[in-house]
Design a protein around this ligand. Structure first.
Ligand code: SF4
Ligand code: SF4
Length: 400
């Protein structure tokens, strides 16, 4: 398949980060890009501050306390600091190592510990019966063909917890399967056999618990017979593409192609299997952290948008690898909801400044976060997932 994927910096699970902080020259470049610091102006919550705290524990025996732990969980894990650092400090590794140490020390905050227990017990982040994962199919005009693929599916669709279990996000998988069916894609749904990808566990520093999820999900996808697995969630995609290969034994993912909906939609558009009607609006595209900066996919969604006649695509002040987190990353919303809810404001303002009437995203979490922010701030801008845009702008039958 065609891909404009940029080589993403691959994290090393469990890497020893103890010496990484030595590269920090305290220049402060990371402060200007950190959404948490820009909102709070608290040095110990900044990337530089976190590096200094991590170093103080390692070198000066600073006592690890709940206050110390809170600094590391007040973070979006968005990687903007790593991208900005001129000294090559691998802040993502430091932040992940710190959270792993804290989880082992029993210092993970209670709200996050409860999230992890829910995932382990239920197989999903909401705690609902996992068999409810197909609830979004209930009001489709007809049952999706993915439920009866006869072992011939070319792609298994891994829906992800948010889109599968939160009604406000149902329209994303509904749109994507509608597009697949119009384009003649034979896909498989996994339903109750799909479990959380494990990324929230990994972000909380519980890589070993995430491993159990990885084993289960790879087996569930293998059972469909498909050689390709597609995700609409960038976090699931990042987990499968970049973290699973490091967690799993060699060979467990062999022969399985992992793609994001944006890549698949770009491929279908390029092959002429999607025909669009004109849409004379100005839109901007929001690069989610997990898909863009952390996974290197920037151009596929833009190719799809440019294929829609009369659409004008504009860029916000911060885009591609410099994109600004919407506030939905790092499990911050579970730990500090008030802070997380303050963060979309700046992003929405950038979209307005760019003259956009729509923010197009490729992430159910970004859609929810930016939609909620626009409503709270009374900003008149619409947020749509790329799959919803494509579904609404399809014209006629796609070429087979
Ligand atoms: S940008 Fe890098 S070197 Fe500069 S303060 Fe931040 S972590 Fe340290
Ligand atoms: S990962 Fe994002 S939120 Fe966390 S310290 Fe770095 S820039 Fe700030």
């Amino acid at each position: 398949m065609t891909s404009d994927r940029v080589e993403a910096p691959v994290r090393t699970v469990g890497a020893v980060a103890d010496e990484l902080y030595l590269k920090c020259i305290r220049c402060g470049k990371c402060l200007s890009v950190c959404p948490v610091y820009r909102e709070t102006r608290i040095e110990t919550l900044s990337p530089r501050g976190k590096v200094a705290l991590y170093r103080a524990v390692g070198e000066d025996d600073l006592e690890i306390s709940e206050v110390y732990a809170g600094k590391f969980y007040t973070c979006l894990m968005c990687d903007a600091c790593r991208e900005a650092c001129p000294s090559g400090v691998e802040l993502d590794l430091i932040l992940n190592k710190a959270r792993t140490d804290l989880a082992y020390s029993g210092l993970m905050p209670e709200s996050l510990r409860r999230l992890d227990e829910t995932i382990i017990a239920a197989g999903n982040i909401s705690g609902e019966d996992n068999e409810q994962r197909l609830g979004w199919t209930a009001n489709l005009e007809s049952m999706p063909i993915g439920l009866d693929h006869g072992g011939q599916a070319e792609a298994a669709y891994f829906v992800g917890c948010v889109s599968a279990l939160f009604p406000a996000s149902y329209s994303i998988p509904q749109s994507l399967v509608r597009v697949f069916e119009r384009a003649g894609v034979n896909y498989a749904l996994i339903g109750g056999d799909e479990h959380c990808c494990g990324y929230p566990l990994f972000l909380n520093g519980e890589g070993e618990r995430a491993l159990a999820m990885a084993h289960h999900n790879v087996e569930a996808v293998r059972d469909t017979g498909a050689a390709r697995v597609v995700m609409s969630c960038p976090s699931c995609y990042h987990m499968w593409k970049h973290i699973y290969p490091e967690l799993l034994d060699n060979g467990e993912l062999d022969g399985l192609e992992i793609v994001h909906e944006t890549e698949m939609l770009a491929e279908l558009a390029k092959e002429g299997r999607l025909c669009f009607k004109p849409w004379p609006v100005t839109v901007t595209y929001h690069d989610s952290c997990d898909l863009g900066r952390k996974s290197g996919i920037f151009e596929a969604p833009r190719h799809v948008l440019r294929a829609i006649p009369e659409l004008t695509l504009v860029e916000m002040a911060d885009h591609h690898e410099n994109s600004l987190c919407c506030g939905g990353g790092g499990n911050l919303e579970t730990y500090d909801r008030e802070l997380a809810q303050a963060l979309p404001r700046r992003r929405l303002q950038q979209a307005q400044d760019a003259g956009a009437k729509y923010i197009v995203v490729s992430c159910q979490q970004c859609k929810r976060t930016l939609f909620g922010g626009a409503r709270r701030e009374r900003i008149r801008i619409r947020t749509m997932d790329l799959a919803e845009v494509v579904s609404e702008q399809l014209e006629g039958e796609a070429d087979a």
